[in-house]
Design a protein around this ligand. Sequence first.
Ligand SMILES: [Zn+2]
Ligand SMILES: [Zn+2]
Length: 286
Amino acid sequence: MDLIFNYLDPLIIDSVYDSVRGSLQLGLCANSPSSSVCSVIADSKLWCRESIYRQSLSIFIVTWFVHWISSSVFFILLGTVCHYLYFDEALKSHPKYHKNQIRHEIYDSLLSLFGLNVLTVPIFVAQVRGYAKLYDFGSGEVPFWYEFGQFLFFVLFSDTCMYWLHRTFHINYLFNLMHKKHHQYIIPTPFSAYAFDPLEAYIMSLPIYAYSFLWPMSREAQLIVFVTTNIWTVLLHDNRDQFHTVHHKNVKLNFGQFLTLWDHLGGTYADPERYFAGKREGTVKS
Ligand SMILES: [Zn+2]
Ligand SMILES: [Zn+2]
């Protein structure tokens, strides 16, 4: 996010704040320049690039308009491509496929992306204010092997968090409160990728950002894992006979995201090929 502001501050944001400040001074302070509102408007510290108030407002606006709109457009485009390439149209006559399902999935996903983006503002503010261990790729702050090794560590960290968070959301109370919304889609399509309760989607997204607060992460790596995780989430729901499709058929199996490691350790792993072969032969009922 700070990369975006390095670019946008001199390009547009500085001049927007200057003209807003000028208009406020003109409109509110012409007659009573000593009022408390005018002293706030006159305080340059509140309007400078380092001000937490300006940063929070700028990040909120950029997140709301740019991040939400771009992530929604990206989601719909990728979902459309995956749907076209992989989704078996015959499934639309399956008794568990909902009437107007894709429309509902898109609505739920866009709503969840909106909530998720707004709730992520404090995390972006913390990153922009330097609380994360973000650095520029190749700046020499970490050994060279770590520039690439961090992707492996991120996947292990993210998968561990996601497996246990996902299992936690399957505890009856939380399942009924939030996660049931996602599992109403027993025949998922790529558009069910974000069809979650917004708060749950936010909690599930935390590992993407948490890594950078715990260990060094390059800004480039943060962007790559963000984009990759989003693509992966859509691909998980294209309803081919794959790992996560099993989870939508049987909620006690396959909780992982990138890896099957924790499902193997936790006794929840089902091999998708064998699972779906068993279903076709009628030996798997669920
Ligand atoms: Zn799912
Ligand atoms: Zn689940």
